[in-house]
Design a protein around this ligand. Structure first.
Ligand code: FES
Length: 613
């Protein structure tokens, strides 16, 4: 195999790698674990986000995809798409955009229930053996522990004769009935677990004190699998049937969790053995990849998961380097597109134990929806596409510093804000919803989603509104050119229309299928990072959420994270997740006739709200 040298400039650091000649640069960069390039389409050459700058070297000619997605100015500056450009000889390049964390939703509902975790330490005193009492060490230990306790990991048995004789006291860690660790002396003061929400976009870990229930530290970051695709389908496509590629993505998330684990230990001033368990939830694809199950069949009809069961796995079974006493507890999922994250969300909102009818809406690359109460819960998932995460929006970006996250203009004057007040670099989900509402409110776009001619904009002078530029293919509403040109185009508006139509139709279909009226719905829980940051008024104006429910909307933050925390702190909550898994119903929308009709109706924006000029 012929190899070539790659030099990468990433800010002040320089990384040198040897790569295969003819390899595309996205693939080459994905070999560097600490690098995550934004690549929402997973290398198909359709999103245009994997821009890099070639400083020198021997690179393959521009592909038709690059000619379509890069402008002349960019091409003249050496900008290329990493997934299209191939290294034909030594190459030197620099990043334009790597992924940085910005608005990651880590807040959720505080845990208020009793602390009775599945994983706990028990300190005990064993009787010394004598010639009259020759019970084996294992029996001596088990008789002091709750009935049914057992040793499963043989290495514990090997340790036992020594630990039991080192001190009068011995501390056993139990995960349910399994003894997962033995320590001499009383270490029962230090009992911790991590609760991890593995999102497609972000990963959040909470370090929990299993004695007090307190959150001792919170760590987060963008999901390091993002350079293999922004949404689950791109990542499933990348993996295909190749076990090596599955392993590569599994390693990415395992390593990321190992890093969050180390950071949490440092922040809370703890030692390695102080954490005994890691509880995790994510969508079904994330759970498959994490546990090393090929997610391929999730993406093709009839959408069958390999498993949706709760799993308790050891570091050895996963290939993780974390200490062997740790148990990974993976929450159960419901179906291919209602994952453990939604099960955790249902748990944390309390809707499955309440008499009130509640609607839970979690908007990400899919819109996941649950409706019901203690008697019945119906769920569905809509393929919303990644528009609200900025992926297929031309200037779209995640919630990173510099992303336009708010757009307002009640009186028609365009105003906007960026995350952390940084110079504008793009527009993220909450900004996209606001922008759409603004365009509709001012009459720049009509209810069919078509940009109007400037003469139809109304009385407000156009210079206060921003302005449109058009070519034969697309019209672009220029938001700013201060730092970089950031615009919102006719094509973008069409993407938003598809995504909002899909989610709104999912909500309407579920409500109809449940037989409940709008009046009966007492709470609307808006979950997830996106749900927390969007302006509810804009979401109502564009018809993403039903107007009838406007006074009942509450944002619940990271409902998945809150749910995982509950399961780590209380074994009954973990059991309740399995009850939700067994009783909640899943409605497949792709073959649902009513959904198709609702989708067509919800493609348009609400006409009645477009009166603010
Ligand atoms: Fe390269 Fe999408 S265009 S990852």
């Amino acid at each position: 195999m012929e190899t070539v040298h790659l030099t990468l400039h990433d800010g002040s650091r320089i990384i040198n790698e040897t790569i295969r000649k003819d390899m595309n640069l996205l693939e080459a960069l994905n070999h560097i674990p600490e690098i995550t390039l934004d690549a929402p389409c997973g290398g198909k050459g359709t999103c245009g986000k994997c821009r890099i700058k070639i400083i020198g070297g021997d690179i393959s000619p521009l592909t038709p995809e690059e000619k379509k997605l890069l402008d002349e100015n960019e091409i003249s500056r050496g900008v290329r798409l990493a997934c299209q450009a191939r290294a034909m000889g030594p190459v030197e390049l620099a990043f334009i955009n790597t992924l940085e964390s910005g608005n990651i939703q880590t807040e959720g509902r505080a845990y208020q229930g009793p602390v009775d975790p599945l994983i706990k330490k028990v300190c005990l005193q064993t009787e010394e053996p004598t010639l009259e009492d020759q019970r084996p060490d294992e029996q001596r230990l088990l008789e002091k522990l709750p009935e049914g306790s057992r040793i499963q990991d043989h290495s514990i048995r090997k340790q036992l004769p020594f630990v039991i004789r080192e001190s009068e006291l011995i501390t056993a860690t139990l995960c349910g009935s399994e003894i997962t660790a033995l320590e001499s002396g009383d270490t029962s003061e230090k009992q911790y677990a991590l609760a991890v929400d593995i999102g497609t976009t972000t990963v959040v870990a909470y370090l929990l004190n299993l004695k007090t229930g307190e959150v001792a530290a919170t760590e987060s970051g963008l999901n390091r699998q993002k350079s293999f695709g922004g949404d689950v389908i791109s990542r499933i496509d990348y993996i295909g049937e190749d076990p090596e590629k599955l392993k590569k993505l599994q390693d990415r998330i395992l390593k990321q969790i190992e890093t969050l684990y180390t950071d949490a230990l440092m922040d809370a001033d703890l030692e390695e053995n102080d954490i005994q368990g890691i509880f995790l939830a994510g969508n079904t694809t994330m759970m498959h990849i994490f546990s090393g199950l090929n997610p391929r069949h999730l993406a093709v009809a009839p959408f069958i998961p390999a498993s949706t069961e709760k799993m308790i796995l050891t570091p050895g079974e996963l290939g993780s380097r974390l200490p062997r006493q740790i148990r990974f507890i993976l929450l159960p999922s419901l179906s291919a597109y209602i994952g453990a994250d939604i099960v955790a969300g249902i748990l944390s909102t309390g809707m499955s134990v309440s008499d009130d009818i509640s609607l839970l809406v979690d908007i990400g690359t899919n819109g996941e929806i649950a409706l019901g109460n203690r008697d019945r819960i119906l769920t569905c998932s809509t393929a919303a596409g990644p528009a609200f995460e900025g992926a297929n929006i031309q200037c779209g970006t995640g919630g990173i510093p510099g992303a336009i996250s708010k757009v307002c203009g009640e009186d028609g004057v365009l105003e906007w804000e960026t995350i952390q007040d940084q110079p504008a670099t793009g527009i993220c989900g909450s900004g996209i919803i606001d922008m759409t509402a603004y365009l509709l409110r001012t009459g720049i776009a009509d209810y069919t989603g078509r940009f109007q001619d400037e003469s139809d904009w109304g009385d407000t002078p156009p210079e206060n509104l921003g302005f449109l530029e058009s070519d034969e293919n697309n019209s672009r509403f220029i938001i700013t050119r201060d730092n970089k040109e950031v615009f919102f185009s006719q094509k973008d508006l069409r993407e938003v229309q598809l995504a909002k139509g899909s989610i709104a139709a999912g909500i309407q279909t579920l409500i109809k299928e449940s037989g409940h009226s709008m009046d009966e719905i007492k709470h609307v829980f808006l979950a997830g990072g996106f749900g927390s940051f969007i302006n509810k008024k804009s979401a109502l104006e564009i018809g993403l959420l039903p107007e009838e429910l406007k006074d009942r909307i509450v944002t619940v933050g990271n409902s998945c994270g809150s749910g995982v925390i509950c399961t780590a702190l209380n074994r009954d909550d973990l059991k309740h997740c399995e009850e939700i898994q067994n009783t909640a119903e899943y409605l497949e929308l792709s073959s649902h006739k009513g959904f198709q009709d609702e989708y067509i109706m919800n493609m348009y924006f609400p006409e009645s709200l477009l009166c603010i000029k």
